[in-house]
Design a protein around this ligand. Structure first.
Ligand code: DHB
Length: 395
């Protein structure tokens, strides 16, 4: 068995889905292969902050209606260190830009529904996905359908939007892969709780016992994170301990109280920074987490994946419709300029806001000075705000 399509995409996450929609708008066919079930894709909890241009893009694609009804627009963030809390007015500092709090899995639900309504093909629960002949002009992706039937996608181009652990990056010979890696000695314990909103915007807090983040999903459901040991077992974190840490790290003596509620989801994730600069090999292109990981502080992961495929879709359009490959040849360099800036911002926010036990007393003082400077400098705040809402595309 085999099927033909112009662009074969592995991965039904933000990169794969936005790419399929952008290609469809340009009149280019694609097929998405995904090893998880549709239910798993649509329910996996990830971050939830969309840069301003991502929401514009969703609207432009006709996929913004539910987001516009249900999402929350934020015009600032609150930062906290020791006993100090300050407001960073993102909208005022960026000439009117805002961010939207709308969970990643809700974006995916809207994009999957939109793809299927457009007659697009997504094969869920495939196994054994393997890229072949990517150095030739006829790359293929072999896979097995859910029922075990072997199949193959014959393509003009193939895109690995299959995440950090997917087969895409590994299809590039290790000897030619340029990779950069940093792991952090801490992880995030994330929860979802049925609790009322405690504060009108997100709070990023550096406490002497570790970072904490207060975020939201809806007026009834809140999302919170605490810095923890990445190797810790979630079984060591009964709800009472989670609430005790959140109260301690987020509350400022005497003037504000965190509302509690039933915790219905919890898990621990490690933090890492990773870039594979070899984002192209023959007719195979990497996009999103397959090529880069940012630590979650600042919520750049989804936004960066969408930025990659905005560049890639335009380049594939030039190559497939107009037989011009300059943009495709430039894809890694173009995408990497934005990727490294997002890596820098995510690393900076992570380093400034987390407590690293291996840090020297000197470095500790520097972190506190970073926050003290940020609290009092409009210029420093403007730089954070510019990155937080999403850098312009020509930057
Ligand atoms: C969320 C996650 C983040 O990493 C962040 O910086 C802000 C919000 C969230 O899941 O809501």
């Amino acid at each position: 068995m085999s099927q033909r399509t112009q662009v074969g995409i592995v991965g039904c996450g933000p990169a794969g889905l936005f790419l399929a929609h952008l290609l469809h708008r340009a009149g280019i066919e694609s097929v998405i292969l995904e090893n998880r079930s549709r239910e798993a894709v649509e329910s996996t909890i990830r971050a939830g902050v969309l840069e301003h241009w991502v929401t514009d893009l969703m609207r432009e694609m006709g996929l913004g209606a539910r987001m516009d009804r249900e999402a929350h627009i934020h015009s600032g963030i609150t930062l906290q260190y020791g006993p100090n809390r300050f407001h960073l007015d993102v909208t005022e500092l960026t000439g009117g830009k805002q961010v939207t709090v709308y969970a990643q899995h809700e974006v995916l639900c809207d994009l999957i529904a939109g793809r299927l309504a457009d007659g697009g093909t997504i094969h869920f629960e495939v196994t054994g996905t393997a890229f072949h002949d990517v150095e030739s002009e006829a790359p293929r992706i072999a896979f097995r359908h859910k029922d075990g039937t072997p199949d193959e996608l014959l393509c003009d181009y193939v895109v690995a939007a299959d995440g950090f652990h997917g087969p895409g990056r590994k299809a590039i010979p290790e000897a030619i892969r340029q990779e950069y890696n940093k792991t952090y000695p801490f992880g995030w314990l994330g929860i979802l709780a049925e609790a009322p909103i405690s504060w009108h915007e997100l709070i990023y807090a550096r406490h002497e016992d570790g970072f904490a983040l207060l975020s939201t999903r809806s007026p009834e459901i809140q999302r919170m994170y605490i810095q923890c040991d990445p190797a810790d077992d979630i079984a060591n974190w009964p709800d009472s301990r989670i609430w005790a840490e959140l109260h301690k790290r987020l509350e400022i003596a005497g003037n504000w109280h965190l509302s509690e509620g039933r915790i219905f989801q919890k898990g621990i994730i490690p933090l890492r920074s990773f870039v594979c600069e070899t984002m192209r090999h023959g007719r195979l292109f990497l996009a999103g987490d397959a090529a880069h990981i940012v630590p979650p502080t600042g919520a750049k992961g989804l936004n960066l994946a969408v930025a990659d495929v905005l560049v890639l879709a335009r380049a594939l359009e030039d190559a497939i419709l107009h037989h011009r490959t300059e943009r495709l040849d430039a894809y890694p360099a173009t995408a990497l300029r934005r990727i490294w800036k997002a890596e820098r911002f995510s690393w900076m926010m992570t380093t400034m806001l987390h407590v690293d036990e291996a840090e020297s007393p000197f470095e500790h003082r520097i972190r506190m000075a970073d926050l003290d400077f940020l609290s009092g400098s409009r210029n420093a705040q403007a730089a954070v705000a510019e990155n937080y809402v999403g850098l312009p595309f020509d930057a």
